[in-house]
Ligand binder design. Structure first.
Ligand SMILES: Nc1ncnc2c1ncn2[C@@H]1O[C@H](COP(=O)(O)OP(=O)(O)OP(=O)(O)O)[C@@H](O)[C@H]1O
Length: 620
């Protein structure tokens, strides 16, 4: 469901900014999850609680013992109070007994002590269970997301993926650490109190409990609304997070186009929306408690009215009426909490539904049954009538035939959108082709394991990703078991050593995520060193288009020569120097191969390639 943002409520907005706001609303459209208005799903519930299974055997008995101990001690106190009144303070027959009063008081103190100790240990054990469940769930989700194919990320903004790993999991945290055990305690307590009330005086017990069905009837009507209101809050927050993520990633563009104010206005309106939605949900939630209290008040009225009558008729003692009223007040508490717990459970169900939706998402590209690892790759690659569609019915590649021999370097050229990046994504099988066949050393790449294939392919992308960590760690990303010496040798080979040693910490210089403290050329040299260290049989390179100074360009060309030696390579080429040295130049146009040949072959006649070269020179 696509949600349109509502007009900003931000103060001080004039007509002009309202117009700009409208443009922003049209600009930022986030795909939201649909409101989930389904009945309580037991299958999902059992699946969620299945995460407790590994720990239940070990921990639940301990938690249960502590819980039962706590409940018994809690429920015994009012009984001892009734004894104190009826037998020690105001006995019907005989004198008041101080000794009995002291004994009962001492017993109550001991019971409170036991209750306290049982509570401490119960909380300790439940926290252990809760934290372990959350740990497992979080790591399952992260592991799974790592395996998902490119098409999954093509469809989703990074922010919304982030929200599921953080917010949705966190919202389950409370359920597992407190909720589940409180639920159990409340149920046991309710059961215990019901039995006790009926045992003390079944007539009074039944009279008081008349209000319970009324209470449930009112609260069930409210529950559904409360759940939907909380889902709305969650959805709005998720939209804020998506926008936040996009805004931070795109901050440079925002500032360059001085769009900060408009961005802020839009954020404001989303923030306001979220606040309103929270207020609404919270008000509904708060309404739930008083309803229970008012209904409970009726129960108490019945208790004293009917209780007084039973005392007069000699069916009940004053002590038992006092005990009864304590039990009854202990009765409304768990019912009230159960209502809140039900809400918490429903919110958690919505979160878990979203988490399970990701966990159930199968990677579009995966090993087929019985796939074998591809042996050491020699490097012969054949594209046989390869057709590929990102979206059904829109072919990005329309029947590509290509024959590459081991060790050759292939330059892919063509205007924007012609299919160059698509071809390189298919070699590493990041997408599965729609029809045709891609073979490496005669083996269809769909028949071999992904890991064996990708581990022999090195990819250097245009947007070279630098992870937060040291320069050394970033190069070592190519091969985690490489020694320091090997890392430095790789850097020397691609001529990155010099600039690295000039950095304040040399190889140990910490770089931030994306390596913004490094220049484009430096980042590219680092990624070359990383690829060289990985020593792949096939190298894929998406050349940076940014203009680099001639000196760095020369360095990069020299580095490239070393990098390409003895490997089959595909380069999405932009620089003439790269294209000129390629063994084969593949000219693409609208997803089709238009020309194939060396630089001198292709420039010898008029064609698409010549047109591209001429266009480059025209601007020099
Ligand atoms: N993830 C995607 N989902 C849908 N369509 C896509 C996706 N990626 C690319 N396309 C489409 O596929 C076609 C080929 O895109 P591709 O990225 O391969 O072009 P390119 O030649 O590498 O372009 P450039 O030189 O601009 O990088 C384009 O029409 C593009 O719109």
């Amino acid at each position: 469901m696509k949600l349109e943002a509502k007009p900003s409520q931000a103060a001080g907005m004039n007509k002009n900014t309202a117009q700009q706001q409208k443009t922003l609303e049209e600009r930022f459209v986030y795909k939201d999850d649909d409101l989930i208005d389904k009945a309580f799903d037991w299958r999902q519930f059992t699946r969620l609680f299945g995460y407790m299974k590994p720990y239940a055997k070990q921990m639940l008995p301990l938690v249960s013992i502590m819980m039962i101990l706590g409940t018994i001690t809690k429920l015994t106190v009012p009984f001892l109070t009734s004894l104190a009144i009826d037998r020690a303070i105001a006995p019907k027959e005989g004198n008041p007994s101080l000794t009995l009063l002291y004994t009962l008081t001492a017993s109550v103190i001991v019971l409170y002590l036991i209750q306290w100790i049982a509570g401490v240990y119960r909380i300790k054990y439940t926290n252990v269970i809760g934290q372990r469940v959350i740990y497992d769930l979080r790591s399952d989700l992260f592991k799974h997301i790592q395996k998902l194919s490119f098409n999954f990320f093509d469809k989703r903004p990074a922010g919304s993926v982030l929200v599921r790993v953080t917010n949705d999991i966190n919202s389950l945290q409370d359920l597992f650490t407190n909720g589940v055990v409180n639920l159990m305690i409340d149920c046991v307590q309710l059961l215990g109190i019901t039995v006790i009330l009926l045992l003390i005086n079944w007539k009074l017990g039944l009279a008081v409990m008349i209000t319970v069905p009324v209470m449930f009837l009112i609260s069930t009507k409210l529950r559904q609304k409360i759940r939907l209101a909380w889902q709305d809050v969650r959805m709005k927050n998720s939209r804020i997070n998506s926008h936040l993520n996009e805004s931070i990633q795109g901050i440079r563009v925002t500032q360059a186009y001085t769009q900060e104010r408009e961005n802020m206005n839009y954020f404001d309106s989303m923030n306001m929306d979220s606040k309103k939605s929270w207020d609404k949900a919270s008000a509904m939630n708060q309404g739930f408690g008083p309803i229970i209290e008012v209904t409970g008040g009726f129960g108490t009225m019945i208790l004293f009215w009917f209780g007084a009558y039973l005392i007069q008729s000699g069916e009940l003692t004053v002590g038992f009426l006092v005990a009864f009223s304590t039990y009854v007040s202990n009765f409304w508490d768990p019912i009230n909490r159960l209502g809140q717990m039900y809400n918490q459970l429903l919110v958690a169900m919505a979160s878990s539904e979203r988490i399970f939706e990701y966990l159930d998402e199968q990677p579009a590209v995966q090993d087929k049954p019985g796939a074998q690892p591809i042996p050491k790759i020699n490097g012969d690659i054949v594209f046989d009538k390869v057709v590929f569609e990102y979206e059904k019915g829109r072919a990005a590649l329309k029947g590509i035939d290509l024959n590459v021999q081991a060790g050759q370097s292939i330059a892919l050229v063509g205007h924007t959108g012609s299919g160059k990046s698509t071809i390189i994504n298919l070699i590493g099988r990041f997408y599965d082709i729609t029809s045709g066949k891609i073979t490496i050393d005669g083996q269809d790449i769909r028949d071999v394991t992904l890991e064996s294939l990708r581990s022999q392919i090195g990819i250097v992308l245009q947007d070279t990703f630098i992870f937060s960590g040291t320069i050394r760690d970033n190069i070592r990303f190519g091969r985690l078991d490489a020694t320091d010496q090997e890392v430095e040798e790789a850097a020397k080979a691609v001529d990155a050593h010099e600039f690295i040693t000039k950095l304040p910490g040399g190889y140990n210089t910490e770089v931030e995520e994306r390596g913004s403290a490094l220049s484009m050329g430096q980042r590219q040299l680092l990624s070359f060193a990383r690829a060289l260290l990985a020593n792949p049989r096939i190298l894929i390179l998406d050349e940076a288009t940014a203009s680099i100074d001639t000196e760095t360009e020369l360095k990069i060309q020299e580095a490239l020569k070393i990098l390409l030696q003895g490997r089959t390579s595909f380069i999405v080429a932009h620089r003439l120097s790269t294209i000129r040295h390629a063994d084969k130049i593949v000219v693409l146009d609208h997803g089709e191969v238009k020309e194939v040949g060396t630089h001198s072959e292709l420039t010898a006649h008029e064609g698409v390639y010549n047109g591209l070269i001429e266009a480059q020179f025209r601007f020099l």
